[in-house]
Design a protein around this ligand. Structure first.
Ligand code: FAD
Length: 484
């Protein structure tokens, strides 16, 4: 049994890892770039450990920590350092995120009622949620529109957009409620008021903590001492040791179904791979291209997933550039600014900078307008000036790194779940062909790992069941199925 994995990002690596553990399974992983990891990219330079893409993952989704343990990096898992001081910047001030604040709603009333992030009018408008009847029908809606109806615009600009929009690189006015925050739908269904639902869940969590004697919620974020690139390296090493063929600098050009339901792949170097099962983990554009002939409806649905652009700017300073030590973990902008937020990597994580250095990571997503596509000099100068003003820097960074992630961040806009269901249904006739990765069922690193593993298992299971031995039906370019 041979599995072909298209793409060596974290979803593809996880798929390969899942497959190689199965006795009698051969794995061929093909990565177009010279470097494995895709968006996971760690660089060690001048005493800094720089993350060009993700820098951490949430611990309440266990797939990432579990994979780290499986590749013997369990001892390298670390939590955040120091006290977890994170701010929202509004009215030109850094204001602590109110205690008990979730992504959108408060789980404690007093800190929310007294925060300076919302005006009195915005708080009163949010309180209307306690009285309003249910607003949702059965259709998917934008998170922003739903929140505006229940709680008013203050919650959207003050909390939801900076906190949720930051993760998805998009405004909550375009993000899908059902794909991104489905709990809001069930909360409204069960409690009518979102605030009452959130306060009830906060009370429940506090009671559970009291009963178990555990302390208040710590940071949910974890990473690896050597950066997320160390996970990529460890998985790749273990894959190779286990006999997987890991090929970099070569891309899969085309995929054709074989008689038994497997895949015949042609690669950019002219070589061919014959596989019994395939996981397409190269992103939506890549998967759409590879499926265009075989499953045009799936390809069209994938091509409809919009992709956002974002920029990550790492700035390395001498500690002496700041009049007071920079101990905050960072802030999110809840007002007009040329960045969406900042992580102070050297304060948040151990080992990101030497003792007399400060490492800062700023984000410029396309939703901020032309600054996101400005030339490098202008972009860096604007970000350095803004960060320097907020932190009162008296000196300039001595190291700068700009990473442009151009049209590669999938946006889960309204109707996302329907698009994915369409793609899956259109591929149902080829059960040992599976699509994995951030564009489908979750953008976080743990989501991608879990998805890669699940899709590899499903593809191999399908390839070993008798039904997949039948000659597959194919779709013509017009979307009509024919038996080949
Ligand atoms: C700036 C940024 C910050 C982020 N921060 C976080 C964070 O802190 N925490 C978190 O959990 N998530 C974060 N994310 C999200 C997370 O990093 C991504 O969702 C995840 O890494 C995507 O993994 P993937 O394997 O699906 O895709 P990718 O990483 O995009 O990998 C796809 C790979 O497939 C290859 N490929 C494409 N086509 C072909 C082909 N035809 N043949 C061969 N190879 C091909 C590509 O070269 C690429 O390497 C962040 C994302 C970005 C961009």
């Amino acid at each position: 049994m041979r599995l072909l994995v298209v793409g060596g990002g974290i979803a593809g690596l996880a798929a390969a890892w899942e497959a190689i553990a199965r006795p009698g399974t051969e794995v061929v992983l093909v990565e177009a770039d010279d470097r494995l990891g895709g968006k996971l990219h760690t660089e060690s330079v001048d005493g800094f450990l720089i993350e060009h893409g993700p820098d951490s993952f949430v611990s309440y989704r266990p797939a990432a920590a579990q994979l780290a343990r499986e590749v013997r990096l369990g001892d390298e898992l670390i939590g955040t350092s120091g006290s977890r001081q994170v701010y929202l910047r509004s009215g030109d001030k850094l204001r602590p995120i109110p205690a008990g604040m979730g992504m959108v709603l408060p789980t404690r009333l007093l800190p929310f009622a007294t925060t300076g992030i919302l005006s009195v009018g915005a708080k009163l408008r949010a309180g209307l949620d306690l009285m309003l009847p249910r607003q949702l029908g059965t259709d998917d809606v934008a998170i922003g529109a739903f929140l505006r109806r229940r709680l008013g615009g203050g919650i959207v600009t003050g909390f939801a957009d900076p906190m949720v929009g930051g993760i998805y690189g998009a405004s909550v006015d375009e993000l899908s409620l059902d794909a991104v925050l489905p709990s809001l739908r069930s909360d409204e269904a069960a409690h009518r008021s979102l605030i009452l639902a959130s306060l009830a869940s906060g009370r429940k969590a506090r009671a559970a903590r009291r009963a178990s004697g555990t302390r208040g919620p710590g940071s949910p974020f974890q990473t690896l001492r050597g950066g997320l690139g160390s996970l990529v390296d460890a998985v790749a090493d273990r894959l190779t040791t286990a006999g997987a063929e890991v090929r970099t600098g070569v891309s899969v050009r085309s995929l054709t179904p074989t008689e038994g339901g497997g895949a015949h792949a042609e690669l950019s170097d002219g070589t061919v791979v014959e596989a019994d099962a395939v996981v397409l983990a190269g992103g939506v554009r890549s998967s759409a291209e590879l499926l265009a002939e075989v499953a045009p409806s799936a390809a069209a649905a994938l091509a409809d997933v919009p992709l956002a652009t974002s920029n990550v700017i790492n700035l390395g300073y001498r500690a002496s550039a700041f009049p007071v030590p920079v101990t905050t973990h960072g802030w999110l902008e809840a007002q007009a600014a040329p960045i969406s937020g900042v992580t102070v990597s050297s304060a948040k994580w151990a080992g990101r900078a030497e003792g007399d250095q400060v490492l800062i990571r700023a984000f410029v997503p396309e939703r901020l307008g032309p600054i996101a596509t400005a030339d490098t000099d202008e972009l860096l100068a604007t970000v350095i000036a803004h960060v320097g003003t907020v932190l009162g820097a008296t000196g300039a960074p001595f190291l700068t790194r700009l990473t442009r992630w151009t049209s590669v961040m999938p946006k889960y806009t309204v109707g996302h779940l329907d698009r994915i269901a369409t793609a899956e249904a259109a591929l149902a006739e080829l059960p040992s062909w599976r699509i994995a990765g951030s564009a489908l069922r979750g953008v976080g690193v743990p989501d991608c790992i879990a998805d890669g593993r699940r899709q590899a298992a499903a593809a191999l299971d399908a390839a070993t069941t008798p039904t997949s031995q039948a000659t597959p039906a194919r779709e013509t370019a017009a979307g009509v199925r024919v038996d080949s």
